[in-house]
Design a protein around this ligand. Structure first.
Ligand code: TYD
Length: 341
């Protein structure tokens, strides 16, 4: 049995990864360390609760004692999803981003090094490369030129991971992924925000001229990529994870509206985000060639699946949009474990 420490497992991609492992692997035990910030929702892992190969621990990745204690239980890998991720929030205040994405990662790296025999998988982002013009794609050798505070902290984290490998010999790998979408995504991000607003016939805010291009990857495809890199990635290496599904934001909004049978008049062009990257696109030839990964879900398939999921999970969406999901921990988890709220 392999025990893996998943950090940030109550967030969007982390929760999908935990569920992916529990559903597809019989030989993996998951310890999920999550601080339950606004983006962490225990309700995302309702399916995992009570599972014999799953345990939740509430805590901070920057808590060295806690992390060291968990590693001492015998963990073969850390897969780090824990991060502040929303660009617009980082523009307001980057302090929590530095705390989690830089200091938190440093604590994990130090603990992994002290323990020994632990593979470190850092879940990164294409945003560290900065912006592209109308053509070309980033490779793993492209320079890191972050344009917003969120991306700058993720670039710093990648630098630390690389340094711990090169300087201290830590067994570490990095993934850098394009924009994800799918179940459990926090509705401050474009796709669930657009779906949620359209379902209520409220305007869909598209930044600037709406011609900013993102490359979209269905979250399950990302989970398979991370698992492949964890299992077979070369130590010290970076692996780009691209969807090959580029679309300007206004086209994305139209696609979602068509799927919901809502009018395009709901699209409202609003003030642009400062430092807004024009285009992201990744070359994932390394991941494909070395580890045999290919994405399985195209955007034309994934958007209808995702729209259906949010429609069928109206309670989830309402609870997250109203903030009621934060009571889940108090109401369910404490009851279940006989703890005081
Ligand atoms: P987002 O989901 O915030 O991801 P990221 O900034 O990491 O790419 O945004 C995706 C794209 O959608 C990005 O180009 C910004 C744009 N966007 C809007 O046009 N309106 C919105 O309300 C949001 C949240 C994003």
């Amino acid at each position: 049995m392999a025990r893996v420490l998943v950090t940030g497992g109550c967030g969007f991609i982390g929760a999908n990864f935990v569920l992916h492992l529990l559903r597809t692997r019989k030989d993996v035990e998951v310890v999920n360390l999550d601080k339950l910030t606004y983006a962490g929702n225990l309700g995302n892992l309702a399916e995992a609760e009570g599972h014999a190969r799953y345990r939740f621990v509430r805590g901070d990745i920057a808590d060295a004692g806690l992390v060291e204690g968990l590693l001492a239980e015998g963990v073969e890998a850390i897969v780090n999803f824990a991060a502040e991720t929303h660009v617009d929030r980082s523009i307001q205040d980057a302090t929590p981003f530095l705390q989690a994405n830089v200091l938190g990662v440093h604590t994990l790296l130090r603990a992994a090094l002290r323990r020994g025999g632990v593979r470190f998988v850092q879940v990164g982002t294409d945003e560290v490369y900065g912006t592209l013009g109308p053509s070309g794609r980033f490779t793993e050798e492209s320079p890191l030129l972050p344009n917003n505070p969120y991306a700058a902290t993720k670039a710093a984290a990648d630098g630390l991971v690389r340094a711990f490998h090169r300087t201290h010999g830590l067994d570490a790998v990095i993934t850098r992924c394009t924009n994800n979408y799918g179940p459990f995504q926090f509705p401050e991000k474009a796709i669930p925000l657009f779906i949620g607003n359209a379902l209520e016939d409220r305007p869909i805010p598209v930044y600037g001229d709406g011609l900013h291009v993102r490359d979209w990857l269905y979250v399950e495809d990302h989970c398979r990529a991370i698992e492949a890199v964890w299992r077979g990635g070369r130590a010290g290496e970076v692996y780009n994870v691209g969807g090959g599904n580029e679309l300007p934001n206004v086209e994305l909004a139209r696609l979602i509206l068509r799927e919901l049978g809502k009018p395009e008049s709901l699209i409202q062009f609003v003030k642009d985000r400062p430092g807004h990257d024009r285009r992201y696109a990744l070359d994932s030839a390394r991941l494909r060639a070395e580890l045999g990964w290919t994405p399985a879900v195209t955007l034309r398939e994934g958007i209808p699946m995702t729209v259906r999921w949010y429609r069928e999970h109206g309670d989830w969406l309402r609870q997250v949009r109203s903030g009621a999901y934060r009571d889940y921990y108090r109401q369910h988890y404490h009851e279940r474990h006989g703890l005081k709220a």
